[in-house]
Design a protein. Structure first.
Length: 73
């Protein structure tokens, strides 16, 4: 199983759906299993959860920085 591919798929789905984002931050395992359609082993799901959290956080920071830059242009 390609963990990076699972992370990419999850980030794409979660970032487009506000209710899924809320579910992910409340119960990441159930949200990921819903998005990915599989019941992953604990060691894999933990890696995917951490990867998705990191990516979503970086995307939010990037969006905020972009908005701040726009204010000064």
């Amino acid at each position: 199983m390609d963990v990076k591919e699972q992370i990419k798929k999850a980030v794409e789905s979660i970032s487009k759906d506000k209710s899924l984002q809320e579910q992910f931050f409340k119960d990441p395992v159930k949200a990921l299993e819903k998005v990915l359609g599989v019941d992953l082993p604990d060691d894999v799901i933990d890696q995917v959860v951490q990867g998705v959290k990191a990516k979503l956080t970086m995307d939010q920071v990037s969006d905020t920085v972009g908005k701040i830059k726009d204010l000064f242009h």
